[in-house]
Design a protein around this ligand. Structure first.
Ligand code: NAP
Length: 516
C-alpha cells in the first residue's frame, strides 16, 4: 500500500546544506553542458543532421546542449510508433502503468537538485523557482499514479435487478503532447505522464527553447524501462511539425499548454476530420492569462505588497499565473504603490548559475526580450513608469522589474499578455468597479483579492471569474491536488491539471451490461 500523496517540501536556500547541494548540482550540470541528445522513436535513438541548440538566456554564448530536430518524416514515424505500441500498452493493467510513474518520481526526487540545476541553465530560473518546478514534476507523477490506481477498476453505478452493470475508463489512443518552456519539467512531464498512465501512447514535442530538460526526463523514463513506443520524443519547430502532428488522422487527442494564439490554432485544426480519421479529436488546451491582484481599502497593505511583488516578478513574470495587473482602490493606491516599488527595488537580478542565488534571471530568448521591451515602450505612452529605468546586467536577456501607474482598464498593458516583469497598476473606485476591471479581459486564469471585508470575500468566490482564485495570498504557486490548476475563457479548457477530474480527460468511459 502506498502512503497518501503529499506535495514535496521546498528547501531554504539560505541554509548551508541546500545551498551546498545546489552549488554542487550546478557544477555537475556545467560539466555536462554542450552534449547532444537524439530523438526517441519506437524505442530507437534517432540522430538527425538538423539540430536545435539550447542556449543559456543569462549568458547567450553558452550552449546548454543540442537535440536532434524532427522534420516531417520523423514526426510521422513517431506517430506510427505510438500507434503500433498502443494496443499492448492500453492492455497493460492500470496499476502496472502507475508503477512506472512512481519509480520515475523516486529517481527524480533523488536527483532533484541536478534537475533543478538544468533548469537554472536552460531557462534561467532562480534556484527556488527551479526547485519548485522539479518538485511539481515529482508531485504530478506521484499524484497521477495514485489517481490511475483509483480510476483503474470498475466505477460505481446504481445496481439494477437482473443485470450486472459496470463503468470502466478506457484509453483513447495516440496523444500529442505540446508543452511550453516556462515550466519545462513540471508541465512537460505532467501532460505526458497523465497521457501515458491512462494507457495512451504519445509523441512529446517539447518547446524549442527547453528541449534538454525534456531529454533528461525521457532518459528517466527509459531508466524505468517504459516499453518502446509508449513515449516518443520528437523535438522540432512548432511551426514546422506542430500542424502535422495535430492534423494526423491517427492522432486521437492533443494536450497543449502555451499561448492563446497557438492554442486557438490547435483547437481549430483539431476540429477538422481528415480522410481515414474515425473519431473526433479531443483537445486539452491550457493557455495564457492577464492575472491580477485586487486590493481594497480594508486590506493588510504590507501583505498585499509582498504578494504583488512576488507574483509579478518571480521568474521575471514568465508564469501564466503571474500578476500583471494590480487593481487597487483609489483610497489606498498611493501608499500601496510606494510599498510595492520599495520592495521591487530590492529584488536582485543576474545569472542564477553563479553562487549569488539571484531573485531573477534573464527572460527566455531574444524574441521575448524584444517583445517585452516593446510593451515597456507602450507602457511609457499609456501610463507613468515608476520603476524600471535601472540598467540591467549585460551578457544575457535581462529585464528589470518594471511598474507603470495610471494605466486605463482598456489599455493594451491591461489587456494583452506580456509574459515578462511588467506590472500595470490600475486605479478603481469601490468594490464593484475593482471587480469589473478584474473581470474585464478575455482571460480568466488566476486572480487574488486582498480585503478584510467578509462580504467582499464571499462575493469574490462567486463573481471573480477566474479558474484559480486566491483570497489574501499571492496569485502564483498552485500545488498539485491542493489547487487544481486551469483557467476560464481564453485561458483554456479549464482542465484542472493536478486535480481529481484530470485523468478522465485522457480516457473514455465504457458502460458494460450483462443480463443475468
Ligand atoms: P507557445 O509559443 O504557444 O508554445 C507552446 C508550445 O507550442 C511549444 O512547444 C511550441 O513549439 C508549440 N507550437 C508552436 N507553434 C505550434 C503549432 N503551429 N502547432 C503546434 N505546436 C506549436 O507558448 P510558450 O511561449 O512556450 O509559453 C508561454 C505561454 O504559455 C504563455 O501564454 C503562458 O501564459 C502559457 N502557459 C499557460 C499555462 C496554463 O496552465 N494555462 C501554463 C504555462 C504557460 P516551439 O517552441 O517549437 O515554437
Amino acid at each position: 500500500m502506498l502512503i497518501p500523496y503529499r506535495p514535496e517540501p521546498y528547501p531554504d536556500f539560505n541554509q548551508p546544506e541546500p545551498r551546498a547541494k545546489m552549488l554542487e548540482a550546478l557544477k555537475l550540470v556545467e560539466s555536462q553542458l554542450g552534449r547532444s541528445y537524439p530523438l526517441r522513436i519506437g524505442g530507437k535513438k534517432v540522430e538527425t543532421s538538423a539540430k536545435i541548440e539550447s542556449i543559456n538566456p543569462a549568458r547567450t554564448e553558452q550552449v546548454v546542449g543540442s537535440v536532434s530536430k524532427a522534420g516531417a518524416e520523423e514526426a510521422m514515424a513517431a506517430i506510427a510508433a505510438a500507434d503500433a505500441a498502443f494496443t499492448s500498452w492500453s492492455h497493460t493493467p492500470p496499476d502496472v502503468r502507475a508503477r512506472y510513474l512512481l519509480r520515475a518520481a523516486a529517481i527524480i526526487r533523488k536527483r532533484i537538485y541536478e534537475f533543478s540545476a538544468w533548469m537554472v541553465y536552460e531557462v534561467s530560473k532562480s534556484w527556488i523557482e527551479a526547485y519548485a518546478d522539479a518538485a511539481e514534476c515529482v508531485d504530478f507523477l506521484e499524484f497521477y499514479a495514485r489517481e490511475m490506481m483509483r480510476l483503474g477498476g470498475s466505477q460505481p453505478v446504481t445496481p439494477f435487478p437482473g443485470e450486472e452493470n459496470e463503468l470502466r475508463y478506457m484509453s483513447l489512443g495516440v496523444g500529442v503532447c505540446i508543452p511550453p518552456w516556462n515550466f519545462p519539467f513540471a508541465i512537460m512531464a505532467g501532460i505526458t505522464t497523465a497521457s501515458i498512465v491512462t494507457g495512451n501512447t504519445v509523441v512529446l514535442k517539447p518547446a524549442s527553447t527547453s528541449p534538454i530538460i525534456a531529454a533528461k526526463f525521457v532518459e528517466v523514463m527509459e531508466e524505468v524501462m517504459l516499453p518502446p513506443g509508449v513515449l516518443n520524443f520528437a523535438p522540432g519547430s512548432g511551426g514546422a511539425v506542430g500542424d502535422l502532428l495535430v492534423d494526423h488522422p491517427r492522432t486521437r487527442f492533443i494536450t497543449f499548454t502555451g499561448s492563446r494564439e497557438v492554442g486557438l490554432r490547435i483547437f481549430e485544426r483539431a476540429a477538422k476530420v481528415h480522410p481515414g480519421q474515425i473519431w473526433l479529436k479531443r483537445t486539452i488546451l491550457e493557455m495564457g492569462g492577464k492575472d491580477c491582484i485586487v486590493v481594497t481599502p480594508s486590506a493588510d497593505l504590507d501583505a498585499a505588497a509582498d504578494a504583488v511583488t512576488w507574483s509579478a516578478f518571480g521568474f521575471s513574470g514568465q508564469k501564466c499565473s503571474a500578476c500583471s495587473r494590480l487593481i487597487v482602490d483609489e483610497k489606498v493606491h498611493d501608499v500601496l504603490v510606494q510599498k510595492v516599488v520599495e520592495r521591487s527595488k530590492k529584488l536582485t537580478i543576474g545569472n542564477p548559475t553563479g553562487p549569488e542565488n539571484y531573485f531573477m534571471g534573464a527572460v527566455i530568448d531574444k524574441a521575448a526580450f524584444a517583445k517585452i521591451n516593446e510593451y515597456i515602450e507602450i507602457g511609457k505612452k499609456e501610463g507613468t513608469m515608476v520603476l524600471g529605468d535601472a540598467k540591467p546586467p549585460s551578457g544575457g536577456f535581462y529585464i528589470q522589474p518594471t511598474i507603470f501607474t495610471g494605466i486605463a482598464p482598456s489599455a493594451r498593458l491591461s489587456q494583452e499578455e506580456i509574459f515578462g516583469p511588467v506590472l500595470a497598476v490600475i486605479k478603481g473606485r469601490g468594490f464593484d468597479d475593482l471587480l469589473n476591471i478584474a473581470n474585464g479581459t478575455e482571460y480568466g486564469l488566476t486572480g487574488a483579492l486582498f480585503t478584510n471585508d467578509r462580504a467582499e470575500l464571499e462575493r469574490a468566490r462567486h463573481d471573480f471569474h477566474v479558474g484559480n482564485l486566491y483570497l489574501n495570498r499571492k496569485c502564483t504557486g498552485a500545488l498539485v491536488d491542493v489547487q487544481p490548476f486551469g483557467g476560464f475563457n481564453m485561458s483554456g479548457t479549464d482542465s484542472k491539471a493536478g486535480g481529481r477530474d484530470y485523468l478522465q480527460l485522457f480516457m473514455q468511459g465504457k458502460a458494460v451490461t450483462e443480463r443475468l
